[in-house]
Design a protein around this ligand. Sequence first.
Ligand SMILES: Nc1ncnc2c1ncn2[C@@H]1O[C@H](COP(=O)(O)OP(=O)(O)OP(=O)(O)O)[C@@H](O)[C@H]1O
Ligand SMILES: [Mg+2]
Length: 254
Amino acid sequence: MTRIVSTHSYRGGTGKSTITANLAFLLASQGAKVGVVDTDILSPGIHVLFGLEAGSTPYTLNDYLWGRCSIEQAAVDVTARVFPNGGHNGGCIHLLPSSMQTGEIARVLKEGFEVDLLNDGFHALCERLELDYLLIDTHPGVNEETLLSIAISDTLLLVLRPDHQDYQGTAVTLELARRLDVPQLLLVVNKVLPAFDQRELSDRISTVFRTPVAAVLPLNEDLVRLGSSGILAALSPNSDYVSALRTVSKLVQS
Ligand SMILES: Nc1ncnc2c1ncn2[C@@H]1O[C@H](COP(=O)(O)OP(=O)(O)OP(=O)(O)O)[C@@H](O)[C@H]1O
Ligand SMILES: [Mg+2]
Protein backbone atom coordinates (compact mmCIF):
# COMPACT_ATOMS: atom_id res chain seq x y z
CA MET A 1 0.00 0.00 0.00
CA THR A 2 1.23 3.46 -0.87
CA ARG A 3 1.12 6.08 1.83
CA ILE A 4 -0.10 9.40 0.46
CA VAL A 5 1.34 12.51 2.12
CA SER A 6 0.21 16.00 1.12
CA THR A 7 2.07 19.14 2.08
CA HIS A 8 -0.13 22.18 2.19
CA SER A 9 -0.39 25.68 3.58
CA TYR A 10 -3.05 28.34 3.42
CA ARG A 11 -0.56 31.02 2.40
CA GLY A 12 2.20 30.90 -0.17
CA GLY A 13 5.94 30.69 0.38
CA THR A 14 5.74 28.82 3.69
CA GLY A 15 8.25 26.18 2.51
CA LYS A 16 6.00 23.37 1.19
CA SER A 17 8.05 22.48 -1.88
CA THR A 18 11.31 22.56 0.10
CA ILE A 19 9.82 20.28 2.76
CA THR A 20 8.39 17.90 0.13
CA ALA A 21 11.67 17.62 -1.80
CA ASN A 22 13.78 17.10 1.32
CA LEU A 23 11.30 14.59 2.74
CA ALA A 24 11.40 12.67 -0.56
CA PHE A 25 15.19 12.55 -0.25
CA LEU A 26 15.10 11.34 3.37
CA LEU A 27 12.55 8.61 2.59
CA ALA A 28 14.33 7.45 -0.58
CA SER A 29 17.70 7.33 1.19
CA GLN A 30 16.15 4.73 3.49
CA GLY A 31 15.26 2.57 0.52
CA ALA A 32 11.68 3.75 -0.11
CA LYS A 33 10.14 4.15 -3.55
CA VAL A 34 8.86 7.70 -3.58
CA GLY A 35 6.65 9.57 -6.04
CA VAL A 36 6.48 13.37 -5.92
CA VAL A 37 3.62 15.16 -7.67
CA ASP A 38 3.49 18.89 -8.35
CA THR A 39 -0.22 19.71 -8.12
CA ASP A 40 0.63 23.41 -8.03
CA ILE A 41 -0.56 23.57 -11.63
CA LEU A 42 -0.95 27.34 -11.64
CA SER A 43 2.53 28.08 -10.31
CA PRO A 44 4.66 24.92 -10.50
CA GLY A 45 8.11 24.91 -8.97
CA ILE A 46 9.26 21.78 -7.17
CA HIS A 47 11.06 20.47 -10.31
CA VAL A 48 13.66 23.23 -9.71
CA LEU A 49 14.75 21.63 -6.43
CA PHE A 50 15.34 18.37 -8.31
CA GLY A 51 17.51 20.18 -10.90
CA LEU A 52 15.06 19.87 -13.81
CA GLU A 53 14.93 22.64 -16.40
CA ALA A 54 11.45 23.83 -17.42
CA GLY A 55 10.38 21.99 -20.57
CA SER A 56 13.12 19.37 -20.27
CA THR A 57 10.76 16.42 -19.79
CA PRO A 58 8.78 14.88 -22.65
CA TYR A 59 5.50 15.07 -20.72
CA THR A 60 4.04 16.77 -17.67
CA LEU A 61 0.99 16.33 -15.46
CA ASN A 62 -0.85 18.68 -17.85
CA ASP A 63 -0.27 16.23 -20.75
CA TYR A 64 -1.81 13.47 -18.67
CA LEU A 65 -4.81 15.67 -17.82
CA TRP A 66 -5.33 16.50 -21.50
CA GLY A 67 -5.12 12.81 -22.44
CA ARG A 68 -1.80 13.07 -24.28
CA CYS A 69 0.05 10.44 -22.22
CA SER A 70 -0.38 7.95 -19.40
CA ILE A 71 0.33 9.12 -15.85
CA GLU A 72 3.55 7.09 -15.58
CA GLN A 73 4.83 8.51 -18.87
CA ALA A 74 4.65 11.95 -17.28
CA ALA A 75 6.82 10.83 -14.34
CA VAL A 76 10.61 11.29 -14.48
CA ASP A 77 13.04 9.15 -12.51
CA VAL A 78 15.25 11.75 -10.80
CA THR A 79 17.07 9.26 -8.54
CA ALA A 80 20.43 9.52 -10.34
CA ARG A 81 20.32 13.34 -10.21
CA VAL A 82 19.49 13.43 -6.54
CA PHE A 83 21.89 10.65 -5.53
CA PRO A 84 24.82 11.11 -7.98
CA ASN A 85 27.08 9.07 -5.68
CA GLY A 86 24.53 6.38 -4.81
CA GLY A 87 23.52 5.88 -1.19
CA HIS A 88 19.84 5.43 -1.84
CA ASN A 89 19.77 1.80 -0.68
CA GLY A 90 17.45 0.71 -3.45
CA GLY A 91 15.15 3.70 -2.97
CA CYS A 92 14.09 5.95 -5.83
CA ILE A 93 12.31 9.22 -6.58
CA HIS A 94 9.90 9.68 -9.48
CA LEU A 95 8.85 13.26 -10.08
CA LEU A 96 5.65 14.24 -11.84
CA PRO A 97 6.17 17.88 -12.84
CA SER A 98 3.54 20.37 -13.97
CA SER A 99 4.01 22.40 -17.13
CA MET A 100 5.76 25.77 -17.00
CA GLN A 101 4.43 26.81 -20.42
CA THR A 102 2.24 29.89 -20.23
CA GLY A 103 -0.25 28.43 -22.72
CA GLU A 104 -0.67 25.27 -20.67
CA ILE A 105 -1.20 27.20 -17.44
CA ALA A 106 -3.67 29.52 -19.18
CA ARG A 107 -5.59 26.50 -20.47
CA VAL A 108 -6.02 25.14 -16.95
CA LEU A 109 -7.27 28.56 -15.83
CA LYS A 110 -9.66 28.86 -18.76
CA GLU A 111 -10.99 25.34 -19.10
CA GLY A 112 -10.27 23.75 -15.74
CA PHE A 113 -9.83 19.99 -15.80
CA GLU A 114 -11.48 16.81 -14.66
CA VAL A 115 -10.48 16.43 -10.99
CA ASP A 116 -11.52 12.76 -11.06
CA LEU A 117 -8.76 12.20 -13.61
CA LEU A 118 -6.26 13.44 -11.08
CA ASN A 119 -7.58 11.01 -8.51
CA ASP A 120 -7.44 8.08 -10.98
CA GLY A 121 -3.97 9.18 -12.07
CA PHE A 122 -2.58 9.29 -8.54
CA HIS A 123 -3.83 5.81 -7.77
CA ALA A 124 -2.58 4.41 -11.08
CA LEU A 125 0.84 5.97 -10.48
CA CYS A 126 1.08 4.43 -7.00
CA GLU A 127 0.18 1.01 -8.38
CA ARG A 128 2.22 1.01 -11.58
CA LEU A 129 5.40 2.36 -9.98
CA GLU A 130 4.80 0.30 -6.82
CA LEU A 131 5.36 3.38 -4.69
CA ASP A 132 5.80 3.25 -0.94
CA TYR A 133 5.03 6.96 -0.68
CA LEU A 134 3.31 9.51 -2.86
CA LEU A 135 4.20 13.04 -1.78
CA ILE A 136 1.86 15.72 -3.09
CA ASP A 137 3.11 19.29 -3.25
CA THR A 138 0.12 21.64 -3.40
CA HIS A 139 -0.87 25.13 -4.41
CA PRO A 140 -1.43 27.42 -1.41
CA GLY A 141 -4.99 28.25 -0.40
CA VAL A 142 -7.99 26.14 -1.15
CA ASN A 143 -8.93 24.97 -4.64
CA GLU A 144 -10.37 21.84 -6.16
CA GLU A 145 -7.15 19.87 -6.65
CA THR A 146 -6.00 20.80 -3.16
CA LEU A 147 -9.25 19.51 -1.70
CA LEU A 148 -8.78 16.27 -3.62
CA SER A 149 -5.15 15.95 -2.46
CA ILE A 150 -6.18 16.48 1.15
CA ALA A 151 -9.14 14.11 0.89
CA ILE A 152 -7.06 11.19 -0.42
CA SER A 153 -4.14 11.71 1.98
CA ASP A 154 -3.12 9.39 4.77
CA THR A 155 -1.08 12.25 6.20
CA LEU A 156 -1.48 15.99 5.79
CA LEU A 157 1.48 18.18 6.67
CA LEU A 158 0.11 21.65 7.22
CA VAL A 159 2.93 24.17 7.08
CA LEU A 160 2.85 27.53 8.82
CA ARG A 161 5.30 30.21 9.79
CA PRO A 162 5.22 31.99 13.14
CA ASP A 163 3.12 34.73 11.55
CA HIS A 164 -0.35 35.92 12.48
CA GLN A 165 -1.64 35.78 8.90
CA ASP A 166 -0.52 32.15 8.75
CA TYR A 167 -2.24 31.38 12.06
CA GLN A 168 -5.65 32.51 10.81
CA GLY A 169 -5.32 30.65 7.52
CA THR A 170 -4.16 27.49 9.25
CA ALA A 171 -7.30 27.45 11.37
CA VAL A 172 -9.42 27.50 8.21
CA THR A 173 -7.48 24.69 6.53
CA LEU A 174 -7.47 22.57 9.67
CA GLU A 175 -11.23 22.74 9.90
CA LEU A 176 -11.45 21.61 6.30
CA ALA A 177 -9.00 18.73 6.83
CA ARG A 178 -10.96 17.56 9.88
CA ARG A 179 -14.16 17.48 7.82
CA LEU A 180 -12.33 15.45 5.19
CA ASP A 181 -11.27 12.91 7.86
CA VAL A 182 -7.54 12.89 7.11
CA PRO A 183 -6.16 10.07 9.32
CA GLN A 184 -2.91 11.83 10.30
CA LEU A 185 -2.94 15.59 10.62
CA LEU A 186 0.39 17.23 11.52
CA LEU A 187 1.50 20.84 11.75
CA VAL A 188 4.98 21.83 10.64
CA VAL A 189 6.18 25.22 11.81
CA ASN A 190 8.80 26.58 9.41
CA LYS A 191 11.18 29.54 9.14
CA VAL A 192 11.47 29.89 12.91
CA LEU A 193 14.31 32.11 14.11
CA PRO A 194 16.81 29.80 15.82
CA ALA A 195 16.81 32.22 18.79
CA PHE A 196 13.12 31.42 19.47
CA ASP A 197 12.23 28.97 22.22
CA GLN A 198 11.20 26.13 19.89
CA ARG A 199 9.67 23.95 22.60
CA GLU A 200 7.50 26.81 23.88
CA LEU A 201 6.39 27.67 20.33
CA SER A 202 5.59 24.03 19.54
CA ASP A 203 3.56 23.61 22.76
CA ARG A 204 1.66 26.85 22.19
CA ILE A 205 0.78 26.07 18.57
CA SER A 206 -0.26 22.49 19.27
CA THR A 207 -2.49 23.68 22.13
CA VAL A 208 -4.11 26.52 20.18
CA PHE A 209 -4.82 24.35 17.13
CA ARG A 210 -5.45 21.11 19.06
CA THR A 211 -3.17 19.37 16.56
CA PRO A 212 0.28 17.81 17.03
CA VAL A 213 3.28 19.80 15.84
CA ALA A 214 5.53 17.34 13.98
CA ALA A 215 8.50 19.70 13.91
CA VAL A 216 9.68 23.24 14.30
CA LEU A 217 12.01 23.90 11.36
CA PRO A 218 14.50 26.70 11.80
CA LEU A 219 15.08 29.53 9.38
CA ASN A 220 18.21 28.23 7.73
CA GLU A 221 20.80 30.42 6.02
CA ASP A 222 22.02 27.64 3.76
CA LEU A 223 18.49 27.24 2.41
CA VAL A 224 18.36 30.95 1.69
CA ARG A 225 21.73 30.75 -0.08
CA LEU A 226 20.65 27.66 -2.00
CA GLY A 227 17.55 29.49 -3.23
CA SER A 228 15.81 26.22 -4.28
CA SER A 229 18.80 25.16 -6.42
CA GLY A 230 19.19 21.84 -4.61
CA ILE A 231 18.13 19.59 -1.76
CA LEU A 232 19.64 20.53 1.58
CA ALA A 233 19.27 16.99 2.97
CA ALA A 234 21.65 15.81 0.22
CA LEU A 235 24.11 18.67 0.59
CA SER A 236 24.14 19.20 4.32
CA PRO A 237 22.59 16.17 6.05
CA ASN A 238 23.59 17.34 9.54
CA SER A 239 22.10 20.83 9.32
CA ASP A 240 19.55 21.91 11.93
CA TYR A 241 16.79 22.04 9.29
CA VAL A 242 17.43 18.50 8.06
CA SER A 243 17.73 17.09 11.59
CA ALA A 244 14.34 18.59 12.48
CA LEU A 245 12.79 17.30 9.26
CA ARG A 246 13.94 13.75 10.14
CA THR A 247 11.35 13.84 12.93
CA VAL A 248 8.66 14.46 10.32
CA SER A 249 10.01 11.65 8.17
CA LYS A 250 9.81 9.26 11.15
CA LEU A 251 6.24 10.30 11.98
CA VAL A 252 5.17 9.83 8.38
CA GLN A 253 6.60 6.30 8.44
CA SER A 254 4.92 5.34 11.72
N1 LIG B 1 13.48 26.92 6.84
C1 LIG B 1 13.82 27.76 5.87
N2 LIG B 1 14.80 28.66 6.04
C2 LIG B 1 15.14 29.53 5.06
N3 LIG B 1 14.56 29.56 3.85
C3 LIG B 1 13.58 28.68 3.62
C4 LIG B 1 13.15 27.73 4.60
N4 LIG B 1 12.16 26.98 4.06
C5 LIG B 1 11.98 27.44 2.80
N5 LIG B 1 12.83 28.46 2.54
C6 LIG B 1 12.92 29.26 1.31
O1 LIG B 1 11.68 29.96 1.15
C7 LIG B 1 11.35 30.07 -0.23
C8 LIG B 1 9.95 29.48 -0.46
O2 LIG B 1 10.04 28.08 -0.20
P1 LIG B 1 9.14 27.05 -1.00
O3 LIG B 1 9.22 27.29 -2.44
O4 LIG B 1 9.47 25.70 -0.49
O5 LIG B 1 7.72 27.51 -0.45
P2 LIG B 1 6.29 27.06 -0.97
O6 LIG B 1 5.41 27.01 0.22
O7 LIG B 1 6.40 25.81 -1.78
O8 LIG B 1 5.89 28.29 -1.90
P3 LIG B 1 4.60 28.36 -2.87
O9 LIG B 1 3.43 28.59 -1.97
O10 LIG B 1 4.91 29.54 -3.74
O11 LIG B 1 4.52 27.05 -3.60
C9 LIG B 1 12.46 29.36 -1.01
O12 LIG B 1 13.41 30.31 -1.41
C10 LIG B 1 13.07 28.43 0.05
O13 LIG B 1 14.42 28.13 -0.20
MG1 LIG C 1 5.70 25.41 -3.73
